[in-house]
Design a protein around this ligand. Structure first.
Ligand SMILES: *Cc1c(COP(=O)(O)O)cnc(C)c1O
Length: 383
């Protein structure tokens, strides 16, 4: 049915009416007083969302651009970095680091498994000459639906004393707690089309004081993504280049909504949706890719065996106008992923679960319809 698409993918995520209508107006001058006022409010709210006093800088880029900026502003050619990789995005940060001629050492885990914090401890303890300048890792690995144990890995990085921690929080920020100041996270990147509930186009990067010290030493080439000018301009509530003004209108609206809901409530909602999705999938007789104790709050990966993942996605899209995400790289065709990130309510999830049951019935797969809804309702009703 026309104009009924329901996005249940881990980005772009659904956009609330308030953000959509905020965007639907003429742009204003980005050097105007009116825009500076808006920027001042947005910067304050971004610090609140990031649980930090650090500068949170806004780039015209997707999440990858924000992460690339984070990496190239604190490191120098030939620096050794330890990259955690258990999925598509971990792999990507190793590629970015190699593109800038960094000396990349990786710690890997199977897609669907979490990174082992002990492997980080061992690698960091073995580095007695303090050659590792940064540890780069993905908090919520969207490709497999796994939440890595950032808190423990970060403790090992802190014990090393020299290395910075650079975190891809693209699908954890605004979904579960990422206490930047409490944990002392140095560089944290994210993107607008995920937990922020607005369309793609903005990248966010938080930089600690230690990260800014490293910035002074760092010699990698950069111009548009040189964070120095962003910081200087942020102090004056402006940006170095023309920002996507209308996305800032949307961001102001979405951050106001987030403040009204409150961080604890936002995290509780994502946790509830995650548990409801997982229990429903199990009750339907479909295997999950990863285990419950390392499940991402943003996305649930399902690995059906009795029926093709792409067949399920196709029916869900054609018959119910619900977009689910497929698998990436070697998991293409093997899994599908249910996004429950950002502007997603209990009702949205029940709708997706019910439609998934109807889909399985039409494909003669899965358990008797109703089992998924029953399991999800139990979690949602318990709050
Ligand atoms: C979406 C996403 C990104 C950023 O991807 P872009 O397409 O550049 O926005 C990075 N990391 C994770 C974990 C993501 O889910």
């Amino acid at each position: 049915m026309d104009d009924k698409l329901m996005l249940m993918i881990p980005g772009p995520t659904p956009v609330p009416e308030k953000a959509l209508t905020a965007m639907g107006r003429h742009p204003i001058g980005h050097r105007s007083g009116e825009f500076s006022e808006l920027v001042a409010e947005v910067f304050t709210d971004l610090k609140w969302l990031h649980q930090t006093q650090n500068d949170v800088l806004v780039l015209t880029a997707s999440g990858t651009g924000a992460m690339e900026a984070g990496i190239i502003n604190v490191l120098s050619s030939g620096d050794r970095v330890l990259v955690g990789s258990n999925g598509k995005f971990g792999d990507r940060w190793a590629k970015v680091a190699k593109a800038y001629h960094l000396d990349v050492q990786t710690i890997t885990a199977e897609w669907g498994q979490p990174l082992d914090p002990e492997a980080f401890r061992e690698a960091l303890e073995a580095d007695t000459n303090k050659e590792i300048k940064a540890v780069i890792l993905t908090h919520s690995e969207t490709s497999s639906g796994v939440l890595n144990d950032l808190e423990t890995i970060n403790r090992h990085v802190k014990a090393h004393g020299e290395a910075l921690i650079i975190v891809d929080a693209v699908t954890s920020l605004g979904a579960c707690t990422v206490p930047i100041d409490d944990w002392g996270l140095d560089v944290v990147g994210s993107g607008s089309q995920k937990g922020y509930m607005i369309p793609p186009g903005l990248g966010f990067i938080s930089m600690s004081d230690r990260a800014w010290k490293a910035y002074e030493r760092s010699n990698l080439p950069r111009f548009y993504f040189d964070l120095g000018p962003y910081r200087k301009n942020a102090a004056k509530n402006t940006t170095p280049f023309t920002p996507p003004v209308n996305l800032f209108f949307a961001l102001q609206a979405s951050l106001r909504m987030m403040r009204a809901e409150g961080l604890e409530n936002i995290f509780a909602r994502h946790d509830r949706l995650k548990r409801a999705a997982r229990e429903a999938v199990k009750a339907m007789g479909l295997p999950l890719l990863g285990s419950d104790d390392c499940a991402s709050p943003a996305v649930t990966a399902v690995a059906p065996t009795s029926v093709g993942a792409e067949q399920i996605r196709s029916v869900m899209k054609k018959q119910f106008d619900i977009a689910l995400a497929g698998g990436q790289d070697h998991l293409k065709g093997k899994i599908f992923r249910i996004g429950h990130l950002g502007f997603v309510s209990d009702r949205d999830l029940l709708c997706a679960i019910g439609s998934l049951e109807a889909t399985l019935q039409s494909l003669n797969a899965g358990n008797e319809p109703g089992a998924g809804i029953t399991a999800a309702s139990k979690i949602l009703n318990a709050g």
